[in-house]
Write a protein that binds this ligand. Structure first.
Ligand code: SAM
Length: 221
């Protein structure tokens, strides 16, 4: 592992725009199927009747499970390429898709009673995590439910860590179908780190673990 001090974390938007057409292959890994079925059954029930914002919805894999549960759903992502796939996948009058930067959400304070982000928190640089969470919480009403879903590192299934920077962010070197190689910031925060980052902003925190995934759910205080 090598340290890379002082370098800007890579912008994930470009990578995911290029990856959009092949993104869903990650959901076809045979060893993850059992976990995925369990999470697909568990997740929608967290948001029944809630006004939900989804951060970094990507190709809409989770949006389609959330849509029938939420009363309305604003699904956001910074890459128009992934949103285009999501729009085709989820056609529901209660779902709106919007191109939006997760760090500058175009919504008013207290507008939502739920927030979900799948496989996004692991891409937030550690030094930006507190500001990201503060900004998200400000968009949510008291009592809003938040769920973050993400990967656990599983040797043999996860892409190996190639690097760690001065902030403790870890990186993977990923290859796309066109042969291009991308340095991707991907963190694997512990339950304790997550709990500390949420701090007093959340109550009734629950950490869930499957073999390949974790989820953190809490209510905004
Ligand atoms: C790992 S994918 C997760 C997609 C989807 N949530 C899922 O679970 O399948 C990360 C997503 O973050 C989006 N993204 C990257 N940078 C972003 C940013 N600054 N703001 C919002 N979305 C961003 C990418 O376009 C990509 O769709």
């Amino acid at each position: 592992m090598t340290a890379s001090d002082g370098t800007e974390p890579p912008d994930m938007r470009e990578y995911y725009a290029a990856r959009a057409p092949e993104y869903d292959q990650v959901y076809a890994k045979p060893e993850r199927q059992q976990d995925l079925r369990a999470i697909e059954a568990w997740l929608p029930g967290r948001f029944i009747g809630r006004r939900l914002i989804e951060i970094a919805c990507g190709t809409g894999y989770w949006t389609r499970f959330l849509a029938p549960a939420a009363s309305e759903l604003l699904a956001t992502d910074a890459a128009p390429q992934t949103l285009e796939i999501a729009r085709r996948r989820v056609r529901s009058p209660s779902v709106q898709f919007v191109v939006a930067d997760a760090y500058r959400l175009p919504t008013r304070a207290g507008a939502f009673s739920g927030a979900f982000a799948g496989f996004w928190l692991s891409h937030v640089p550690r030094q930006r995590l507190a500001a990201f969470l503060d900004d998200l919480h400000a968009r949510l009403a008291p009592g809003a439910r938040v769920v973050f879903l993400d990967n656990r590192f599983v040797a043999g299934s996860s892409t190996p860590i190639s690097e760690e920077d001065a902030f403790g962010n870890t990186y993977q070197q990923r290859r796309l179908g066109d042969g291009s190689s991308h340095r991707v910031l991907k963190n694997f925060p512990s339950e304790a780190e997550l709990t500390q980052a949420i701090g007093g902003a959340g109550i009734r925190l629950r950490h869930h673990a499957w073999q390949h995934y974790w989820a953190l759910e809490y209510l905004v205080s």
